[in-house]
Design a protein around this ligand. Sequence first.
Ligand SMILES: Nc1ncnc2c1ncn2[C@@H]1O[C@H](COP(=O)(O)OP(=O)(O)O)[C@@H](O)[C@H]1O
Ligand SMILES: Nc1ccn([C@@H]2O[C@H](COP(=O)(O)OP(=O)(O)O)[C@@H](O)[C@H]2O)c(=O)n1
Length: 247
Amino acid sequence: MAATLQGATPVPPDAPASVVVAIDGPSGTGKSSTSKAVAAKLGLSYLDTGAQYRAITWWMLTNGVDVDDAGAVAAASGKPVIVSGTDPSAPTITADGADASGPIRTPEVTAAVSAVSAVPEVRAAITALQRDIAAEAARTTAGIVVEGRDIGTTVLPDADLKIFLTASPEARAARRGGELKARPGDAGVDLEATREALLRRDAADSSRKTSPLAKAGDAVEVDTTDLTLEQVIECVVTLIEDKRRTA
Ligand SMILES: Nc1ncnc2c1ncn2[C@@H]1O[C@H](COP(=O)(O)OP(=O)(O)O)[C@@H](O)[C@H]1O
Ligand SMILES: Nc1ccn([C@@H]2O[C@H](COP(=O)(O)OP(=O)(O)O)[C@@H](O)[C@H]2O)c(=O)n1
């Protein structure tokens, strides 16, 4: 798999040391929206690691790999070339050169991603890619915000700052429900079904053997249930600025 840093903001020669920020948490806690906004505000790169797991899952589904067969998934794990663009204002993701940004958000991919991402060979390949991208960003830009499930615990245990976002299942389901458009003739979004699907994915991601969803011991936990997105962004910007001041 190839690591390519695209859309990076070049770092001026007299700039302060770069910063590496890990943001983890379950689905719907605001990781992507917060990470993108914070990175854009502070001139940092941005990496959505969930998009990478979704892209490899999409590649498996479209290349005839049985995603319920861990052996088949493991055997194919090194085949696709996943490339992430790290500009927070226009993040991109491709698999073997094909734009995956639309297909990775389909219900089919969402339903299969936890099984694919639990396969150790998939995690090894994607983790190596993530570390390459973070190292390249730390070397050539002002730094990077990397968001996912195991960034603080496994991918970047030496990150300068680790944040773990949480929110109640009800708040997360309402947020996800707000993103899903009701089709004509539908009764609307079923919040209970959305909540159950979220909790199922949390359980699968938290209980897998290899690198489960978990809060790192040295992560700052931010409960976003009663915060607006703007408040969460402000909170994370402050944490990063404080970290930089005291570094
Ligand atoms: N604090 C918040 N309050 C209300 N809505 C939020 C908040 N944080 C995020 N959202 C919204 O919730 C949805 C899910 O957020 P997202 O950033 O994709 O979460 P995650 O990456 O953790 O799955 C998005 O529509 C986003 O705009
Ligand atoms: N660092 C990561 C990021 C995502 N993932 C997997 O990828 C899936 C999709 O992640 P995502 O961040 O796009 O999910 P949402 O929270 O946006 O729905 C998760 O449910 C995990 O199974 C992972 O295993 N490790």
